[in-house]
Design a binder for this molecule. Sequence first.
Ligand SMILES: [Zn+2]
Length: 343
Amino acid sequence: MKNNVLKIGQGKINEIASTLLENNISGKILYITDPVVDRLYSHIVRPQLEEVGKMVKAETVESNTIAYAMSVAERVIATDINCIVGMGGGKVLDVCKYAAYISKVPYLSIPTTLANDGVVSPIAVLKRHDNKPKSLGCAMPTMLILDTQLVMTCPPQFVKAGIGDIISNYTALKDWDYAVANGKDTMNGYAYLMSKTALDALIKTQYSSICPEFIDVLANSLVLSGLAMDFAGSSRPVSGSEHLFSHALDYYCEKQNLHGFNVALGTISVLMLLGEDYSRLLAYLKKFEVDINPKHMGIDKETFVLCMQKATSMRKNRYTHLCTLDLSKEKLENVYDKLVNEL
Ligand SMILES: [Zn+2]
């Protein structure tokens, strides 16, 4: 089955059964969710699944480890499950995405938050045995249902993080241009355009607060970013120096923040280091109250400096501006002070 089912809008949660039927899904369905989502929405979701499937097996996600995702895949294969339906936030969806990829069954993804562009990306982030995250290549969800009204009910932090992840496309594209100019990478014009369009659509939106119509724009931008990754065959169009910094924070920072806030902080920090204008992006983040002041995020000066200096080593084959910028302690400490004062 091709990745061509995309339903975004208010009330789409009621189209689960029709979507599955339209795509000839029947038989055994595995429904994976988390306890909170199950409590809130099972009365809407389960009857629809039971209408379509001969047998619906439901489980709440145990963890977001590689081992758990593999065990789900193993059960899907061993018990002839025909389709995985995953509903929830990033943890649930990444487990389902990877399990569906390994077991080669269609996957219906129903996000309840929009915290990052992993919603429809061909990448699942799962934890290793040592609890550190690992990005694993897999396939895009075969079907996506995103109810903008439902996403409105999740804590606003999860929407604000999604805004941050789209803002980071700005430096990601800048780094891609830089890498190509230095002969360190090749360009994929179509993927570049998708990532840029995702960013521009969000920046130019007429909405100035989080409302269902804005959620619609954000969802489209996140989907476009995911498509850009799929098209490029790597995360390059949406992941540059700011993402390397965020990966370093995942490793070295005790306080863990949502990915979207980390990469947005990375974006503004790198632009400061480059001496470039970041006022428009910062004004946009402030308009939506995306607070990326490192002090408020629990990132102290020492950790900030360490993570900026370690960033390039997080992914050695990704050439970015950080490879040539002055990352001396003094320079980075100045940037940190500026961030704390201005953000
Ligand atoms: Zn990201």
